[in-house]
Design a protein around this ligand. Structure first.
Ligand SMILES: NC(=O)c1ccc[n+]([C@@H]2O[C@H](COP(=O)([O-])OP(=O)(O)OC[C@H]3O[C@@H](n4cnc5c(N)ncnc54)[C@H](O)[C@@H]3O)[C@@H](O)[C@H]2O)c1
Length: 375
């Protein structure tokens, strides 16, 4: 199955059968992917899972069905000519080498966020998939999640006027036992910024275009992990807007129904503003406020209530992983698909995280794009 690596499925002959998928790595995030593949069961089949942890066997059968083949070595899965594409759910140090192996074996690749630990690794992955004529997609799930999509639609409608401020933040309590890969700066690619604030960086780029300058500070709590546990980025966008992004991996507020928030998005413009927050991983409504002078078309679209105070805006009830997997599978089938997260689209997210680390080390603002990295 050949498809355009730049995600233009229009020229792709549709398969006359369901794409056969292999999963590589079946730990914590496999549950969200299993849910996505279950929802797309009419479009594709998950036929094999590779994971060296024998203790995961029962959980894998529960997630992907009793018939799924389980192998310990992912290379066995790549050698199977019946498998068209792989979904890589591995620790970050393995994203690049396993993507390269998969591309060389002729498999299309979906890789969990974060794409890789560095821009250089991202570029190696893009080059390997281009050379093999296979597609490379990153599962940055927020770009497919109902609330995040509703905010994108509001921004793109012009309802906010000229956007001048973005605030995105993420609260979580990540406490893993000694020896876990998340504790290793080398395996994670840094700390909470590269691992998880990349959700917010990716959404910022999707909402508002590219940042041109970033300043960052972070805090390490050595009992928790080698990399930073807390990170703050301020950015100036090419549009002139400012952005403030933060991650805290040592707080209980994110998973408490009474807590402050898990994730927060606030976007302010000259004609209106929108915010959304989730608690205990459950989303509240997206709330929109329009200022006096909003155009009749915008008032008609979002309702008069938003002129009086913040008012809820309906958002599609779509979990991000489910949306990403559905669009990826449609692309594999050669059908019109809304894949928003190609390797090329997501490389810049890693570039912003890398600039944040350079800012911390150098103690100054870093300009983007990073001049010493070939595009
Ligand atoms: N989108 C999200 O909200 C979200 C949330 C959590 C994790 N993630 C991402 O998911 C990915 C995996 O994270 P996780 O939390 O599932 O990690 P995890 O440690 O729970 O699972 C990793 C799995 O990979 C397996 N594995 C290790 N080496 C392997 C190899 N060579 N071949 C096959 N399997 C191997 C392990 O046995 C384990 O089952 C990371 O990229 C992480 O950032 C995304």
């Amino acid at each position: 199955m050949k498809i355009n690596a730049r995600h233009s499925p229009a020229d792709t002959p549709a398969l006359n059968r369901k794409p056969r998928i292999g999963i590589i790595g079946a730990g914590g995030i496999a549950g969200s992917h299993a849910q996505g593949f279950k929802a797309a069961a009419g479009l594709c089949s998950v036929v094999a899972v590779a994971d060296p942890d024998a203790g995961r066997t029962d959980a894998i059968h529960e997630l992907f069905g009793p018939a799924v083949r389980i192998v310990k070595d992912y290379r066995e899965l790549l050698a199977d000519a019946a498998i068209d594409a792989v979904d890589i759910l591995l620790p970050h140090d393995l994203h690049m080498p396993v993507t390269v192996d998969a591309a060389r074996a002729g498999k299309h690749v979906l890789v969990e966020k974060v794409m890789a630990r560095t821009v250089a690794e991202c570029d190696t992955m893009i080059a390997a998939c281009d050379a093999a004529g296979v597609s490379l997609t990153v599962c940055h799930d927020r770009r497919y999640d109902g609330a995040w999509v509703a905010i994108k639609d509001i921004i793109d409608s012009g309802a906010l006027g000229e956007v001048f401020f973005y605030k995105l933040s993420h609260n979580q309590n990540v406490a893993v036992p000694p020896g876990h890969w998340i504790r290793s700066r080398e395996r994670l690619g840094g700390g909470a910024v590269i691992s998880c604030l990349t959700h917010q960086i990716d959404a910022l780029r999707w909402y508002g275009g590219e940042p041109v300058a970033v300043t960052s500070m972070s805090k390490t709590i050595p009992d928790r992990m080698e990399g930073e546990t807390v990170g703050v980025i301020i950015a100036r966008m090419a549009s002139g807007a400012l952005a403030e992004l933060s991650i805290n991996w040592c707080t209980m507020t994110g998973n408490s129904p009474q807590g402050l928030h898990y994730e927060l998005i606030q976007v302010c413009g000259t004609k209106g503003e929108v915010f959304w927050k989730s608690r205990a991983y459950k989303g509240d409504p997206v709330m929109l406020r329009l200022y006096d002078g909003a155009s009749p078309a915008i008032v008609e679209r979002y309702g008069r209530d938003a002129l009086a105070d913040f008012a809820p805006v309906p958002a599609p009830a779509c979990p991000g992983h489910e949306g990403c997997i559905r669009e990826w599978v449609k692309m594999l089938r050669g059908e019109p698909a809304g894949v928003r997260t190609s390797g090329r689209a997501c490389r810049g997210t890693v570039e912003v995280a890398e600039a944040a680390y350079r800012s911390e080390t150098a103690g100054r603002t870093i300009s983007l794009p990073l001049g010493d990295i070939a595009v």
